[in-house]
Design a protein around this ligand. Structure first.
Ligand code: LRH
Ligand code: MN
Length: 432
């Protein structure tokens, strides 16, 4: 492979040297503030250093909508170039060592070779994602009217086989989980028989769970609507939870923050799935209306904090079956995907650290004494604490950039990639 431009550690150090004095001041000021709350800033900083969130391979290319996709310069053209961009994100923010692949978009010619390349780039693979919501060139049977729940058993078999292929590729890559999101549903009343469709879903997922190795997990991803606009087979957390229970110990429920009706209390769903021992983890993003796949923490940062408040509460209670995976699932239609993914990884880490600043003893007292105002203000005190110095120090201590976006822009990484990766002739509308 010809020489590819990379941001080197020396450049990051030089960038940091200019920012370190003001970070020291801000960090010491915050340290004093937290000391008065009996919080040791070093402990919290090491939590921020240990925090990780996986990056979606499909997120480093420019996203689009059904109306248009405005391809950016230096788009990654294959899974290797996608991993190059993922490695650059991790080099600067130091909290995204894992990448979640989507098959067939990222089907490797040589999975072992891809694993080696990833390891050499400081990366490993998180959950695999199957795709039975598009027809591939040369595919025998169409998924137009569904996949794992399609009335035709041959189509269901084809979809099950695809998921099993994703597991087999994942095993070579070192992944330990498969995320199954299906678009199955209908656009018209009467089009899909809800009970038969769900029975077929369970029949298909049983075959997929059986094919998954003992130490693997299968993540069921629910979604209210789109692309089906009247009924969706796995439309909400209740249906997903029922299925995960029916499917047994390998099956868990994955929460994509954009997959709910407006104003749904997602942190309550998280608390329930934690209590029921079936929380798989998350696809973090943000939205104002539908499944907008906007940058995490960009629209409803308080909701993201409240979700992590439930997660940290469970973590501190050392609940069994509590091992959630954190992934971003976003579509970057207008921004440089590397910048958006870096910012989003930081915002998810921010919510996690803010949730660790909650005075849980005082909160429990306020809850048990029915003192709602005190309970809210205890949460708000943590949420309004600017933990940016902790996040920046954690990145710096882990060899990353104090200001990742500034370092990235100063490196001209995108300009270099535009020279290395001549644009594809025609760019298509659609999310990726
Ligand atoms: C569906 C979804 C799913 C992915 C796709 C790219 O909306 O969230 O997780 O497979 O986006
Ligand atoms: Mn998702």
């Amino acid at each position: 492979m010809s020489k590819h431009f990379e941001i080197d550690n020396g450049f990051v150090d030089e960038q940091n040297s200019r920012l370190r004095p003001s970070l020291d001041t801000d960090y010491d000021y915050l340290a004093e503030k937290l000391r008065r709350r009996n919080i040791n800033i070093e402990d919290v900083t090491s939590k921020a250093q240990a925090f990780t969130v996986a990056v979606p391979s499909w997120g480093v290319g420019t996203g689009g909508t059904r109306f248009a996709r405005f391809a950016g310069p230096g788009e990654p053209r294959d899974v290797y170039e996608k991993l190059e961009d993922c490695a650059t994100i991790h080099k600067l923010v130091r909290s995204t060592p894992a990448v979640s692949l989507h098959i067939p978009w990222d089907r490797p010619k040589d999975a072992a070779e891809l694993r080696r390349f990833a390891r050499e780039s400081g990366l490993y693979f998180d959950a695999m994602n199957s795709n039975t919501f598009q027809d591939q060139p040369g595919q025998d049977l169409s998924y137009k009217f569904g996949s794992l729940t399609h009335p035709d058993p041959a189509v269901r078999r084809q979809a099950v086989d695809h998921n099993i292929e994703c597991i087999e590729i994942g095993q070579v890559l070192g992944s330990k989980a498969l995320t199954v999101w299906i678009a199955d549903g209908g656009n018209f009343p009467g089009q899909v028989h809800p009970r038969r469709a769900l029975e077929r879903y369970l029949e298909s997922l049983h075959l997929i769970c059986e094919a998954a190795p003992q130490d693997w997990r299968v993540f069921l991803e629910h979604k209210l609507y789109e692309p089906a606009f009247y009924s969706t087979v796995i439309n909400d957390w209740g249906t997903s939870y029922y299925c995960a229970r029916e499917l047994g110990p390998k099956a868990f429920c994955l929460v994509d923050l954009g997959h709910h009706a407006p104003n749904v209390n997602i942190e309550m769903i998280v608390a329930r799935l934690i209590q029921f021992g079936k929380l798989a983890g998350f696809h973090f993003n943000d939205s104002k209306y539908g499944d907008d796949d906007l940058d995490a923490g960009s629209i409803k940062p308080f909701q993201l904090f409240l979700v992590f408040n439930e997660l940290v509460d469970a973590e501190l209670c050392a609940l069994s079956q509590f091992n959630p995976v954190y992934m971003l699932d976003q579509s970057h239609n207008l921004t440089d995907p590397v910048e958006s993914l870096m910012m989003s990884a930081i915002e998810v880490n921010r919510a996690f650290i803010q949730a660790h600043l909650v005075d849980r003893q005082a909160l429990t007292e306020a809850q048990e004494k029915c003192d709602p105002l005190m309970a809210l203000s205890i949460l708000k005190q943590a949420f309004v604490t600017d933990v940016s110095p902790i996040l920046a120090r954690a990145r710096e201590l882990s060899g990353g950039a104090i200001d990742p976006v500034a370092a990235y822009r100063a490196s001209n990484y995108r300009k270099h990639k535009a020279e290395e990766r001549p644009a594809r002739a025609k760019s298509f509308a659609g999310i990726v």
